[in-house]
Design a binder for this molecule. Structure first.
Ligand code: NAD
Ligand code: UDP
Length: 320
């Protein structure tokens, strides 16, 4: 990077879990970073250490409204990712994905910036092929409780490719599979944070359904590395590209590893399975390997140990 002309990077949703890690790495690498967030699920504490950096700025803003900035790259991460949170206000979730994408694509077009969309494995819905490859069109319920997120993200992908075809905008679409790590919100309801917090507090571990559904969990540092590689890849690499860790685990197996690593005596309780909960999920990451020379390096146990250490600190602070 030219130190006299650092890349000006906008990160929407930059005060959230993934966004704050991304901002941290971009700031460390000398970019000029503007973080935009409305704190719907993110928090000031996630970005607090960055506020003193001269190459970091924060703007409180809702991306469903237009934004005018001069930038070179946009990472569009704004959108709640946890099912209870995105289902809390489903209309706003769709607006964030669709109106937010239109606003950010319009901004990218105006200043000729390259724009990356944080899409999701949810575009595959409850997949009928396994593992999921990027050419699979998915199996998504358009009118269910998860649809605001799944269909919102699918429509955002449509908009990205239409801007690319119609006005030759430089786009990158990452389909992110379940990612975890420090700074997940302790009560946003996602499985890794739920199980760790429950285990550390000695509360029952809540497994939805019989626990045989699977997910593939990627550690946040690996994921951030994949996003940055994708953003800086040649223009013809548009994606969609799967980013995730292909290690596949049942929720029962996940609970058992977490119980072992936390040495918790918590017991397991089964609760009803939420509607349209995908049965199996595992990314085929050969495209990311071929085009980005990317693969995840942090194994589940190692990543969980680092995440557990983070939550131990958070819970200790809460009880003081
Ligand atoms: P998160 O909820 O921690 O972060 C989302 C951030 O976006 C929050 O800071 C929130 O306040 C902000 N936001 C929401 N609506 C906004 C709006 N209208 N305007 C401005 N800011 C807004 O979630 P995350 O896990 O960090 O996910 C980040 C992105 O990655 C999301 O787009 C999500 O869909 C995608 N993704 C995440 C995962 C995962 O496992 N973490 C998997 C697939 C896709
Ligand atoms: N899950 C669970 N117990 C919890 C939270 C989630 O068994 O306390 C299950 C959930 O039903 C799903 C999986 O864990 O099958 C992953 O859920 P999460 O909300 O983390 O992400 P997503 O369903 O979007 O992949």
């Amino acid at each position: 990077m030219d130190p006299l002309h650092p890349t000006r990077v906008l990160v929407t949703g930059g005060a959230g879990f993934l966004g704050s890690h991304l901002c941290e790495r971009l700031v460390r690498e000398g970019n000029d970073v503007i973080c935009v967030d409305n704190f719907y699920t993110g928090s000031k504490s996630n970005i607090e250490p960055l506020l003193t950096a001269s190459n970091f700025e924060f703007i409180r803003h809702d991306i469903t409204f237009p934004l005018y900035l001069e930038i070179d790259q946009i990472y569009n991460l704004a959108c709640p990712a946890s099912p209870p949170r995105y289902q809390h206000d489903p209309i706003q979730t769709t607006k964030t994905s669709v109106h937010g994408a239109i606003n950010m694509l319009g901004l990218a077009k105006r200043v000729n910036a390259c724009i990356l969309q944080a899409s999701t494995s949810e575009v595959y819905g409850d997949p009928t092929i396994h593992p999921q490859t990027e050419d699979y069109w998915g199996n998504v319920n358009p009118i269910g409780l998860r649809s605001c997120y799944d269909e919102g993200k699918r429509c955002a992908e449509t908009l990205f490719f239409d801007y690319h075809r119609q006005v030759d905008l430089s786009i990158k679409v990452a389909r992110i599979f379940n990612t975890y790590g420090p700074r997940m919100d302790s009560d946003d309801g996602r499985v890794v944070s739920n199980f760790i917090v429950q285990a550390l507090r000695g509360e029952t571990i809540t497994i939805y359904g019989n626990g045989s559904q699977t997910r593939s969990f990627c550690f946040v540092d690996d994921l951030v590395d994949g996003l940055i590689r994708l953003m800086n890849s040649p223009k013809e690499i548009t994606g969609p590209i799967n980013l995730g860790n292909p290690g596949e685990f049942t929720m029962l197996a996940l609970a058992e590893v977490i119980l072992e690593l936390t040495q918790s005596r918590s017991t397991i309780e089964h609760r009803p399975l939420p509607s349209d909960d995908p049965t199996r999920r595992r990314p085929d990451i050969s495209m990311a390997g071929k085009h980005l020379d990317w693969e995840p390096h942090v194994q589940l146990r190692q990543g969980l140990e680092r995440t557990i250490a983070y939550f131990e600190k958070v819970l200790t602070k809460e009880t003081r």
